[in-house]
Design a protein around this ligand. Structure first.
Ligand SMILES: Cc1cc2nc3c(=O)[nH]c(=O)nc-3n(C[C@H](O)[C@H](O)[C@H](O)COP(=O)(O)OP(=O)(O)OC[C@H]3O[C@@H](n4cnc5c(N)ncnc54)[C@H](O)[C@@H]3O)c2cc1C
Length: 297
């Protein structure tokens, strides 16, 4: 991972993430999961909307289905989440995020770059053998933007937010043709992930802020570990919760670290450049608990 001062374009520190770290397009990951699940004999109903979940039964597209145990992986606004945690609410973080893909410039390095700056930052990483570049750009704002997956925005707004950034970033953003915008909500982990035969995993149980790139990983870890603990979801939650909450807190902290300004920014960048000169891997050491943890071991 490469931290760069956004306005000047100056490198702060490059931290080697190691061979286990991979970049994958969301659609490719979902396609791979679907292929593997079908090969294992799982029946998948696409385009089916779950209207309501109750103890032992759900209503989907007007049809009632009974279950002994339901795993709810339907995100922060799904029916399973409403059943398990009906009173759990989120708060607007004062941050919005744009997401888009552009063709990657030639010779883009196989690394994630975080371009930091006062009140905003921008994350870039390559996808699909380096042909595409994923852009996630975050800006602090007081007005609220609807949380969802499909709110379009004018790319001019994204360009305006980063017009104080280095020429390389401005040129990259000039290539953006379509962009989506999210209001970032802090939900925290819901108080209990299990109720009357319904167990929540992934964003349904604990949506994270996208400042550590761990939301999908945590969801996959949940699925793997719960599959081995279906007979005791309460014990599963007790074992899982400390790691998940630590990741949520680390993601929250990154937002503040990326948006420093004034003397704190000057000092932090000085320290980063010093560490970069002597032990670039040292900064990542504080994430050993995250990256060195293997739920399949
Ligand atoms: C701007 C942004 C950037 C991010 N970047 C990263 C990143 O780089 N790396 C990373 O790991 N994570 C990232 N995340 C987080 C990641 O997207 C989520 O943590 C992850 O998608 C959670 O997966 P999930 O399966 O639990 O929930 P979701 O991906 O929300 O999937 C829930 C599914 O349930 C379906 N559903 C919901 N309600 C119903 C219903 N009533 N009936 C039927 N189906 C329903 C939805 O259509 C959806 O398909 C980012 C998030 C945001 C907002």
């Amino acid at each position: 991972m490469h931290l760069i001062d956004g306005p000047s374009g100056r490198s702060l520190i490059r931290m080697p993430l190691g061979p286990g770290f991979r970049f994958i397009h969301r659609a490719d990951l979902i396609a791979e999961l679907e292929r593997t699940a079908r090969a294992e004999g799982v029946e998948i109903l696409l385009g089916c909307h779950v209207d309501r979940v109750d103890a032992g039964r759900l209503i989907a597209d007007g049809r009632e289905m009974a279950f002994d145990h339901l795993v709810g992986a339907d995100g922060a606004r799904g029916a399973a989440r409403r059943f398990v945690a009906p009173d759990h609410f989120s708060r607007f973080t004062g941050q919005v995020a744009w997401r888009t893909l552009v063709p990657a410039p030639d010779d883009w390095p196989l690394e994630a770059q975080v371009h930091v700056g006062p009140g905003r930052h921008l994350v870039l990483y390559p996808l699909r053998e380096g042909r595409l570049l994923n852009i996630v750009a975050v800006e602090e704002r007081s007005d609220w933007v609807a949380e969802g997956w499909s709110q379009r925005d004018d790319p001019a707004n994204l360009r305006a937010a980063f017009d104080g950034y280095a020429p390389f970033i401005r040129e990259l953003l000039a290539r953006v043709e379509t962009v989506h915008l999210w209001g970032l909500m802090d939900h925290g982990a819901v108080p209990a992930w299990h109720r009357n035969g319904v167990t929540l995993i992934g964003d349904a149980a604990h949506p994270t802020l996208p400042f550590l790139a761990q939301g999908a990983n945590l969801a996959l870890e949940d699925a793997w570990t719960l599959a081995h603990a279906l007979d005791d979801p309460t014990a599963w939650e007790a074992a899982r919760r400390p790691r998940v909450e630590r990741a949520l807190m680390a993601a929250r902290a990154n937002a503040a670290n990326y948006h420093l300004s004034g003397p704190r920014k000057t000092l932090a960048h000085l320290v980063l450049r010093l560490v970069a000169g002597v032990a670039p891997g040292a900064m990542l050491k504080r994430y050993d608990w995250l990256y060195d943890h293997d739920v399949t071991a």
